[in-house]
Each structure stands twice: as C-alpha cells, then as structure tokens.
Design a protein around this ligand. Sequence first.
Ligand code: COS
Length: 402
Amino acid sequence: MGPLANQVGLDPIGSDASPQLSPETLSQLLSEVRRFVDKRLRPLEAQVSETNEMPEDVVQDMRDLGLFGLSIPAEHGGLGLTMHQEVLVALELGRVSPAFRAVIGTNVGIGSQGLVMFGTPEQKARWLPRIASGEIITSFALTEAEAGSDSASVQTRAIRQGDSYVLNGAKRFITNAGRAGLFTVIARSDPNRAGSSGVSAFLAPAGTPGLTVGKPERKMGQQGIHIHEVNFDDVRLPLDARLGQEGEGFKVAMRVLDRGRLHIAALCVGVAERLIEDSVRYASERRQFGQPIASFQLVQAMLADSKTEALAARAMVLTAAGKHDHGEDVVLDAAACKYFASEMVGRVADRAVQIFGGAGYVADYGIERLYRDVRVFRIYEGTSQIQQLVIAREMLRQQAAG
Ligand code: COS
C-alpha cells in the first residue's frame, strides 16, 4: 500500500485490472478517484497555486493509484480504460485545480498515445510500462514559434545521417518538459517537403546529448505545473527512435490530438460541475437584502444557464467517447466536444465569479484561481478556432463524400 492508502484508507487501484473493467471495478475506481480528489488534492489547491510547486508525495500517490496508466493497455501495465471509462475518470479529476490532472495528463494523453497507436512492439515494451507506472513522465513536443495551430509547418529538423537522425530546432510551451523522461518530438525529416508529408515523429529520451530544457514559463493559471522551451542541438537519435513511418509524423500528431480532445472536454465538464456546486453553496449562504442571494431570480438564471450548459457538454462527451469505443470516426465529434466544453467552462467560471461577487475576485475563495486555470482550455491541444475549422471541414468532407 502506498502513502495515500495509509493516509485516507484507499485501496490502490488493482494492477490486475483488465481492459474490460467490470461495472463494479469501474465504480470502485471512480469512487477512489473522487475520494482522492476530495480528501487529498482539494486541501492542497491553494498551497500548490501559491508555491507553484507540486509536492512530490502527491505525485507518488498518483503513481500508487495507477493514474499515470489510465489509457495504457493492460498488457503494458496500465489500466487499459476505454475512452468512455477514461472520460468518466477525467470528469472526477476536473473537480480540483486542473494543475493536478496535468501531472498525469501527458502520460495519459499526448505523451503516450503516439506510442500506443504507432509504436513498434519493441518501442512499446521499452517505454509503456514505465509510462503507465509513472516512473517516467512524458512530454509531447510539437509547438514551435512558427508552428502551433499550423502544425504542418514545424521547422525543427530531423535529418537522417547514416544510422541516425540528427535533430535541430526549438519547441516551446511544452507541458511537463522539466520532469520528462521521454519526449515525442514532431520534426521535419524531409526539408524538401514543406507541408505535412515531410514531417516524422520521434521518441527522444531526456538526457540525450544536445537535448536541453529551458526554465519554466510564468503563466496565467494552473500553477504547480510547468511549460518549458525544449531545444535540440545536434541531438542524435537511432533510426529505431522514429515513431511510425517516415513522413507519418503529422498523422501521429493529429491522431494523438483527436483522442486528447475528448479527455480535455471531459476535464472541462468536471471543472464546470465543481464551479456550479461552489456557486450553489455560496449563493445559498450569502445573504443580501435579508435573504440568500440564491432566492433572487437573476442569480438563479446564472445557475440555471451554467447547469444546462454543463449537462449538454457532459452528454456530448459521453456520446462521443462511446462512438470512439465502437470504432467510429470521431474527428468531428472530438473537436465539437473540445470546442463546446472549453467555451462552456469559461462562461461557467465567469458566472461563478459574478455570483461570488467581491469574494469571487479575492484569491482566498479560490474562484478567481479556477477562472484563470480554465482559460487555457480554449487554447491548448487546439484552439477554439482550430476546432471550428476541423468541424466545418469534416462537415464539408462528409457532404462531398455523399
Ligand atoms: N487524423 C489522421 N490524419 C489526419 C487528420 C486526423 N485527424 N487530420 C489531417 N490528417 C491528414 C490528412 O488526411 C492529410 O493527409 P494526406 O496528405 O495523406 O491527404 C494530412 O494529414 C494533412 O492534412 P491537412 O491538409 O488537413 O492539414 P492542414 O495543414 O490543413 O492542417 C489542421 C489541419 C489545421 C486541422 C491541423 O494542423 C490542426 O489540427 N492544427 C491544430 C494542432 C493543435 O492542436 N495544436 C496545439 C498544440 S499541440 S498540444
């Protein structure tokens, strides 16, 4: 039993969990995550935000609970959750400052899924068990100064020289890079091809000579989790460090992002539900004009709008995750979920500040912190504008395909 289990009486999530969790095991997992969030993480929110540091024992507790391996197949030591099950866990993890979820976020999402989908048996055997256990943290290095939304324009080069690829370039805003043991790097392997077809994906272990990580950026929210610049200066990788075929890197990135969008959308719903609960509680306690502000219809309207939108987003995410698990193409659905849920939680957070009034603007109440935390959901893993673009393009493609 890990320290968490000792502290709050939890059983570590079983390492023998199969890809098809029984309904009982799933419900046990969800209640353990909820207890972990409520009893262990929520009391630490303010401290993590103020110190901008994630306590190492919390990271260890996450390892003990199996959280780093949610999406890693059971044969490689993870819990092997379906997308629907992963989304249910993400809904629970959203009930606390999203900085905590970000600790495991890359291992569950963008840092591991390229390997899961495109890795060779040898690459999977080498890395996935250590990713699933949380022994190593992963990062996804796509974004550059001139390539964020326009992912096909990456300038970082990976030039083949004999039995190596030599990487040169700079990535930025890379989540968890300071802790990462493994980077999935999207780089241009064919400098003669300008677009997506000249791009490949690579697995670059931390500590490879020439791979350096810059200091953490100072950012608006989600303190305790860090983003960094990552530099590649003649970083030499063996040929078997390439993930997928040469020229397939853009597809790797897009497939990874498609999946991640459902997880992020669920997280947005979780944070919204938390903000709504806090708003209802505060509105019931806070008195003005001789009565709780919850009795005023204009306050009720804000609560009703937030609840309605959160329910809609929840339904969208669960439906899309189910479609994903049935093998359906969810490119449009995932983009729509990420778009709607991230915009929704922005509105919900804004109304929460309004309902809390002056207290919503004061740090001690925690609402302004969540207001700042959720802003990035509309930006990272594809901006709202990129999601709109993806949705419309898919609609037109489907129309053209008849
Ligand atoms: N899954 C698999 N393949 C995909 C795909 C997907 N979701 N989306 C595109 N592709 C393929 C296309 O089929 C095309 O293949 P072919 O050349 O064989 O036809 C290739 O990739 C290029 O696609 P496309 O021409 O559509 O690429 P664009 O440069 O026009 O870019 C957008 C498309 C803008 C949608 C893409 O760059 C994107 O999603 N950008 C946002 C990335 C992002 O989320 N960044 C955040 C930072 S990373 S945390």
